[in-house]
Write a protein that binds this ligand. Sequence first.
Ligand code: SF4
Length: 284
Amino acid sequence: MPLAIEKFLHTERLPHIWCPGCGIGIVVSAFLRVAIDLGYERENTVVVSGIGCSSRACNYIDMGTVHSIHGRALAVATGIKMARPKFNVVVFMGDGDGAAIGGNHLIHACRRNIDLTCIVLNNQVYGMTGGQLSPTMAIGDKATTATHGNVERPFDLCRLVEAAGATFVARGTAANIRQTEMFIKKGLQHPGFAFIEAVLPCPTEYGRRQGMKNVVKMLDDEKARSVTKLKAAAMSPDELYGKIVTGVLHEEKNVPEFQRTYAESAHALTRAATEKAPIPEEEK
Ligand code: SF4
């Protein structure tokens, strides 16, 4: 019997490129289940990605897709949302793609509060290019560019985007995918910039360098290190070191959304100049 998510998959392109045990497919499947649940159609849904293992999602998803350029997925998605405000626009990025090369686009998309849903697939490494350290890699972890262990402090992506103005921020893991799926659903329903970080295993370029080639071990480690937002609130910084704090970490509902504010402002100017009619329905 065909899986429901096949509706949104290019099954003729399978098998996929991802390594056995890679967590990317787990999160992409969760997104597709939510898309079905929310009644999305391929005609009004666009998925944009950058470059890297996670961005290959666009090759298999059968919706409107743009496999764009490294770090620029949010810029492309912003253009799509401005031109087609009623479309569901979703962005898949990796941690290197989204927070290093695309870090500037990320903070400004947050600041604008444009109605996009950004799912960052955080495997703490540059997988596709051969295991270089990424800005979310923990201190001491090994990479091809940190053979003696990383000495750079990692970004806490959720705190970063909250500080930059994101109005929905959540973190989940591939190990607890049903919870992450719920966060993706909430993010897609949020009327503003929604950011979901999904921590997931890359056994090939990350795990084997940390002595965890076995993906089951990696998923067990994710589970063991996960603490809910509620539990984390009662923990000291030392106790929280190395933990993955999960949950909806931040939510604001009354912040003006960028596309709508921009359209209203542009049409107010036009009306003032021409005394013309209100915003056309298709631009609302
Ligand atoms: S290199 Fe890592 S992230 Fe890339 S497909 Fe393989 S396991 Fe997944």
